[in-house]
Ligand binder design. Structure first.
Ligand code: EPZ
Length: 430
């Protein structure tokens, strides 16, 4: 069990560089399964547990995966053989829900796929019914037996598919499934997260015509074959915003580099409303957000929504920030069923959060006090770290393995900002 000790209460200062986006890297890595005796070179791939898990899964299917140069490098080469296995291992898929993203490419390329139904997790049941419904509409025969999905399709047919909910994973799986389908596939009411555009760019670099239009409608023209490709992972907007909130919560002065401002508009708008002070520096070598110290945030209300709305992946971190505002804030979670487990942990640090149905009512307090708290999922863990950085005294965040799934080198990045953090003895950072 990884435990991070945080001695909080001092302002962060300095620069931090955003990692490649976990939620862009994972679908693009899965798309390499569309290749046949060809190669994908992917740049700016973050060093994360979830990325390692996806690498392991691809290797188990027969793909040779290696970081180019050295382990520390950010370029990864995927050497895909003529034939790959179409059965994904139970252990790996159960370890990471995003493993279900191999379903679309395997079905498109091999005409069949077998993979365990992903389990639920601490933020909700997380079914894949929308993925399976779309694939069925494209002509796949889907059977669910003993917790496994058995999918078969001689050749998928291009279809007009309407997503009942703009699911990120369903959008990505159907885009990849459409690559070798007969004719054009039009997916409507799709997710519009920036990570979708990153996947579309990767498919285009393979030779596939993908029109995203950015309007929630995606058109994919089926092709006979694809070719070697290379792509770069976009910056991780959720990691960037997490560090922006770290600067704000500690009344620090920090610069978060390699940010695409259009990807974090929702957060910046809400921070402006809350009276935070920051500036966006646009530069051809990359943009940055500079956070300036403020005494207290004003209370605000927000509701999480699919992009371009306020991201659900930032909800716990924003709630942590609002625990120190000078009033009562309301945060409604509309994407996942149960994404407030961390609130009780924050209350142990002196926060005053009441959960009423799908809304957190946050009454600002004068200060937070260090305590021993447990991370229940990736973003909940991030919220607890933020609270620990702002709290007086020592905080111990347990179950840090959740955080290491999505935050690259979190200990060294925080220390570079002057934070007094360390993994407890004989714990180690990947
Ligand atoms: C992606 O998960 C992200 N993960 C999540 O980030 C993110 O929270 C989520 O999108 C929403 O933005 C990756 O990209 C790897 P969804 P995904 O399908 O694709 C329901 C993080 O912290 N739903 O958009 O699983 C589902 O239960 C992670 O980095 C169905 O009902 O999200 C949920 O309530 C957490 N049926 C909602 O839709 C389906 O077939 C959103 O799910 C699919 C989804």
């Amino acid at each position: 069990m990884n435990t991070m000790r945080i001695s909080g209460g001092s302002p962060l200062k300095g620069k931090v560089r955003t990692q490649g986006a976990k939620n862009a890297a994972l679908p693009v890595m899965a798309s390499c399964l569309l290749l046949k005796g060809q190669k994908m070179i992917l740049d700016n791939v973050p060093h994360l547990q979830d990325v390692e898990t996806m690498m392991e899964l691809l290797r188990s299917l027969g793909v040779a995966v290696a970081r180019e140069g050295n382990k520390e490098g950010s370029k990864v080469v995927f050497d895909v053989p003529e034939t790959v296995s179409w059965e994904a291992s139970d252990a790996l898929v159960r370890k990471m829900r995003a493993s279900s993203l191999v379903l679309g490419p395997l079905l498109a390329r091999c005409g069949q796929a077998v993979l365990p139904l992903p389990g639920g997790c601490s933020i909700g049941s997380r079914p894949i019914d929308l993925h399976l419904k779309g694939l069925t509409q494209m002509g796949a025969k889907i059977e669910i037996r003993n917790g496994f999905v058995y999918a078969q399709a001689q050749r998928l047919r291009g279809r007009r598919i309407y997503l009942d909910f703009p699911s990120v994973g369903a959008t990505e799986n159907l885009m990849m499934a459409a690559v070798f389908a007969m004719g054009e596939t039009i997916i409507e009411n799709t997710a519009r997260e920036p990570e979708i555009e990153n996947l579309a760019a990767a498919l285009r670099s393979m030779g596939v015509q993908v029109d995203t239009e950015g309007t929630g409608c995606i058109r994919v023209k089926g092709v006979e074959d694809v070719h070697d490709c290379s792509e770069r992972v976009i910056p991780d907007r959720i990691e960037a915003c997490t560090y922006i909130l770290a600067g704000i919560m500690t009344s620090g002065e920090i610069t978060v580099e390699d940010v695409i401002p259009e990807h974090i508009d929702a957060l910046l708008a809400k921070l402006e409303e809350a009276g935070a002070s920051f500036s966006v520096k646009r530069h051809k070598s990359g943009n940055a957000v500079v956070v300036h110290p403020v005494k207290k945030l004003k209370p605000i209300s927000l509701k999480t929504m699919p992009f371009p709305g306020f991201p659900t992946d930032l909800q716990p971190q924003m709630v942590a920030a609002l625990t120190l505002s000078n009033g009562v804030s309301f945060v409604e979670e509309s994407v996942f069923q149960a994404r407030f487990l961390y609130a009780a942990e924050l209350n142990r640090m002196g926060a005053n959060i009441d959960i009423k149905g799908d809304t957190a009512v946050i009454r600002g307090v004068g200060r937070l006090d260090g305590a021993s708290v447990k991370a229940t999922d990736l973003r909940a863990g991030a919220a607890l770290i933020l609270a620990g950085l702002a709290a007086k005294g020592e905080t111990r965040v347990e179950n840090m393995e959740h955080v290491l799934r999505g935050y690259e080198k979190v200990e060294s990045k925080l220390r570079a900002l002057g934070a007094d953090v360390a993994f407890e003895p004989n714990e180690r950072e990947r």
